[in-house]
Design a protein around this ligand. Structure first.
Ligand code: 6PG
Ligand code: NI
Length: 182
């Protein structure tokens, strides 16, 4: 099999077909994650918030397999909060993940099981290790597309429910032009 350095063009040009899944989330699908409901209700529900290109060579749940994905998160704000991914714990609690920045500027927001929340700056070349049991979400703090790559175990699964119900214990908001956890 041909080996290609992973990049977005890998998905867009080289790897049409098997194992590649493209998914997208609109602002409408992010209902409830932003604090400012008035600001949210003024935005079009069909506006694209982010797209994920995933390469899933193994069947979901295969022990020992690895998945690879690139997320393209568009810039924008809802009130003073940045556009962000839904965020999740992994279904299998002890499964970890790597994220690394490709393009644009952002923050990786992390929360452990004790609900301690912290954030790491994402930029081209930044590498982020997300240990098992740590929820993860990314915010685009810049004016251009934030692109990041991810590698996670094919038996990690996703638990969106807890974050959908209780959120993170802190929100990343813009204060005087800079991102701050509140
Ligand atoms: C994963 C990764 C990553 C993530 C996307 C979209 O476990 O699959 O963390 O691919 O799914 O960046 O973020 P949400 O899954 O939180 O919408
Ligand atoms: Ni994940």
């Amino acid at each position: 099999k041909k080996i290609v350095i992973p990049s977005l063009s890998f998905f867009q040009n080289e790897l049409k077909g098997e194992g590649v899944v493209k998914s997208r989330r609109t602002l409408g699908e992010l209902a409830g994650i932003f604090e400012n409901q008035d600001a949210y209700s003024q935005l079009p529900l069909d506006q694209l918030a982010y797209e994920v290109y995933s390469y899933l060579p193994e069947r979901e749940g295969t022990p020992g397999g690895l998945y690879f994905g690139i997320t393209q998160l568009y810039p924008g704000k809802v009130g003073d909060e940045y556009f962000m991914t839904k965020g999740h714990f992994h279904q299998q609690e002890d499964r970890s993940e790597y994220y690394w920045g490709l393009e644009g500027e952002g923050m990786l927001i992390l929360m452990d099981r004790e609900r301690n929340t912290w954030a790491e700056r994402m930029m081209p070349g930044s590498l982020h290790y997300i240990p098992g049991g740590v929820a993860h979400r990314v915010a685009n703090t810049g004016n251009s597309v934030l692109s990041f790559a991810a590698c996670w175990p094919s038996d990690a699964g996703h638990n969106y429910e807890e974050i959908a119900n209780k959120g993170f214990s802190a929100r990343l908001v813009e204060v005087n032009g800079t991102p701050k956890l509140r």
